[in-house]
Design a binder for this molecule. Sequence first.
Ligand code: PMV
Length: 331
Amino acid sequence: MSLQRVTAFAPSNIALTKYWGKRDHTLNLPLASSISVTLSELGSLTVCAPEPGLSHDVMAVDDRPLDDAGMIKVRRVLGIIREMAGSDVHAGLNSINTVPTARGLASSASAFAALAMAASHAYGLDLDKATLSRLARTGSGSASRSIHGGFVQWECGQKADGSDSEARQLFAADHWPLTILVAQVRDGKKKVSSTSGMRMAASDSLTFRGWIEQCEKDVIACQAALAAKDMERLADVVEGNAMAMHGTMMASRPPLLYWQPATVGVIHTVRNLRAEGTACCFTIDAGSSVVVLVEPSDAGPVAEALAAIDGVETVLQTRVGEGARLVPERG
Ligand code: PMV
């Protein structure tokens, strides 16, 4: 077994049809499949260095020690890797988010995909993408999708051990080179984590069962809209799915409301732009920021319209990107 220092980059991804509900909370197994688009440039750059002298794993994120809740998940992923590699050596890890100020971008997705990629190679393993995807999933469900580039589907799977719950690429990034805008909206108070939100929805939401049934239908409709590169059909399914997820959140007890007034402002702006003929659509994760997909030729005016909305702090612009990859060590 060869141990070495390895760096990997993994991108963020944005779900087009969402993962919101788990059938297993330890293994992060979803109740329904989901589809995402992988972002270019925005993500996590992670270094993993196994060090025989260390008594436990240590990790810093953006130059600060990772909190206990985060460390539990990191150790879970590292534990699986060590078992596969037959090693008991601990590691030092350092991760930088390439958009530190970004809100509304799932940093846990890129973080655990980068961790799975860097750490598996650091412990001398050369895993295929399906295995890396399952490994990343055990840290954060949505991380399973950040292993792949382009448009990606995470299969919910049926097995209790999660061995069939992994992501695969539906279409490469160049299939439909859309521009992705992130309208960042200031959050009013401390965010409820996706893990607690999903628990609340499953135990209390009035609409939860219908939501999960709708997800499987939306996955099929989304595949078809992506295959046809049809923005009208994509908007139908992507906006409908995001609204349904937030409806489920709002119907949870206690109700979960991530939106701010500017969130609603962006929703109306995007719908008006589309009614006037601009090919674009929006989606919203577990936060107040809104992600907008748009044909590159219309990106400029759409970004301007979003930036003009009261309460929108910044509008980030990116595109569909490649999946997780190793980064050569310098020197
Ligand atoms: O992977 P988690 O636990 O961060 O959950 C992600 C939840 C959503 O971002 C709201 C939806 C999704 O599919 O990414």
